[in-house]
Write a protein that binds this ligand. Structure first.
Ligand code: SF4
Ligand code: SF4
Length: 217
């Protein structure tokens, strides 16, 4: 099938199951994996196909490959899998296999991390601790928060939509720290926009930590 569900990796948080940590302002980003039992539960479709945050570069910045992953197949599907370092290598997010409708184009062959990952929202609904409508509201609000960050990054000249949010913010911050302001903006506007971006990133990080990163990772 062309697309099914997807997987995840985190961005503004601690080190999860896939390796590398990330850091975003006061946050920490990472990479990670995806959700598990997808076929038997309706949750992946109900929740995950309304979300995509663990595949689109919001929660994670990359996916760490595991020994059993079929890298040849994943490459054939168009994922940018490095040829060197077969163990411990990663591919970046936003994932090239994430479709516009939030399905995973390589679902049947998705990496182990993607198969294993379930965010805290997912687990809470699965356990009955959180009602589905409340979870969908959380997802909707969080996607809006991520969209706000993307918009502010664009306002500040970073239009790299194929790069994870944490990396983009880090890049913009580095430029401001070096006194390199975006072209086309006066200094006051640029700094105001950067302040708004920093706050938006912080709020997103808090939300991801509170609601999405699995407890105990
Ligand atoms: S392969 Fe990509 S789109 Fe599919 S589940 Fe993994 S990260 Fe998500
Ligand atoms: S609900 Fe959780 S597991 Fe599902 S797509 Fe969103 S972040 Fe990923």
């Amino acid at each position: 099938m062309p697309c099914m569900s997807r997987r995840r990796g985190r961005i503004f948080a601690k080190e999860p199951r896939s390796a590398q940590g990330n850091q975003l302002s006061a946050a920490t980003m990472h990479s990670a994996s995806l959700r598990g039992p997808i076929v038997k539960s309706p949750l992946p479709e109900t929740l995950c196909l309304s979300c995509g945050l663990c595949c689109d570069g919001t929660l994670f910045r990359d996916v760490e490959l595991q020994p059993g992953d079929d890298t040849a197949k994943l490459r054939a599907h168009g994922l940018p899998i490095p040829f060197a370092a077969p163990r411990g290598s990663r591919f970046s997010q936003p994932c090239a296999a994430l479709c516009a409708d939030l399905k995973c184009r390589v679902y049947a062959d998705r990496p182990a991390r993607c198969q294993q990952f379930e965010c805290a929202v997912f687990k809470a609904v699965a356990s009955g601790a959180v009602e589905l409508p409340a979870a969908l509201k959380t997802i909707r609000q969080t996607r809006q928060m991520a969209d706000k960050v993307r918009g502010l990054l664009r306002d500040l000249g970073d239009v790299r939509e194929n790069v994870a949010l944490a990396k983009r913010f880090k890049h913009v911050k580095r430029k401001f720290d070096a006194g390199e302001l975006p072209a086309g903006l006066n200094a006051e506007t640029a700094y105001d926009c950067f302040a708004e971006l920093s706050l938006a990133v912080h709020e997103l990080d808090l939300r991801l930590r509170a609601k999405f990163y699995p407890i105990g990772d």
